[in-house]
Design a protein around this ligand. Sequence first.
Ligand code: ASP
Length: 446
Amino acid sequence: MKEIRVSKFGGSSLADAGQFAKVREILLSNPSRRYVIPSAPGKRTANDEKITDMLYECHRLAQAGEDFSALFERIADRYRSIADSLSLDVPLEELFRTVRAGIEKSERPDYAASRGEYLNGILLSAYLGWDFIDAADGILFDADGKLDQNATQDALSALLREHEYAVVPGFYGSMPDGTVHTFSRGGSDISGAIVARAAHADLYENWTDVNGCLMADPRIVRDPKPIRHVTYRELRELSYMGASVLHEEAIFPVRMAGIPTNIRNTNAPEEPGTLISHDAEDMDNDYVITGIAGSKDFAIVTVEKAMMNAELGFGRRVLQAVEENGISFEHLPTGIDTMCVVCHERALEGKRDKLVHRIYELTDPDSVEIHSGLALIATVGRGMVRSKGTSARLFNALQRAGINVRMIDQGSSELNIIVGVDNLDFENAVRAIYRAFVTEFDRERA
Ligand code: ASP
């Protein structure tokens, strides 16, 4: 069977005619790229506006009974300029009239928001000479607005079979009553993953404006290296800790179907990007770790009681107090006589005293303390289990940087080591870890 690729392009990849030209070149350079999922035009420069934001604003003005003509004209001009520059023969003015009228009469913002992708899809299909499939016919939500996976898989697979090459706009689908419904913001990633699954694709390409995922946050580490290979599990750990790559829900459909995802850069198509796949066996990385991610503002509740290890049901009672207060926890590092519950600070807001009180009632501990201002840093890597001295290297690096480690949690998945440090030490700690595992590692190898 011939290879099939599904390619999703983000908003900056399709922000103007010049970007459209790059996208076409990419698509036509490999005939296995058969289905393309466009986002709405994004920002052309840092201060530019995103079409989707403007459409939400049109809807808001329309609902408030205000005139949104001027704003709508600015949106229309963006599409006109793409169509004119590329000499596309598309009945844009007629489409604008329909969209405008639709925005005026819909109560929910979904219709308005979705038109960014819809119109971009029509332009792209004209430019490529490919068929246009309206996502409303293939991506189906239930009455509660949740994706109906089975119905979608059936409808979309059948539709795709009818078109060898097609454009399917991202971000939206339809409700059982036929009205348009959108995913949450950034949802074209999800549409692309769903199309990849329905097309039984060999590869889901997610084209954006960066060279893939980076080993650390570039706002903290200067020029971090790109990650060449990452497993879906590692990616989950990294994005849970704050690395933003793909929309979280975009992982599920392709991961389930065993389809690898390749993050690529529309502005540097010669770069291989990041390949996300199921198993790590056939993938190797240059480094022991895959990436570092973290975030601030966690709190740690420490419950101490001598001989706690021998007390049946102690842990359950601590967690009962947590649950009764409606607090969801993130990590649970325990020692012999201590048990720690790590949660987001905001989860504890207004509940601290009640929680401490309830823990005392239920467990009769020696002490209960809550420390705030904790930052968690996850060092993630499937290679860590196999390589000796990983934790030594990590803690050594932190010690050399003069950073006090307040919590350690070596995830049971053996994919990561999580350390808790003061919020104030966060950036320095990330840099120290990066230096130890990447910069110094490179130097040692040279
Ligand atoms: N255009 C939508 C947004 O801005 C969806 C997307 O780009 O993925 O959120």
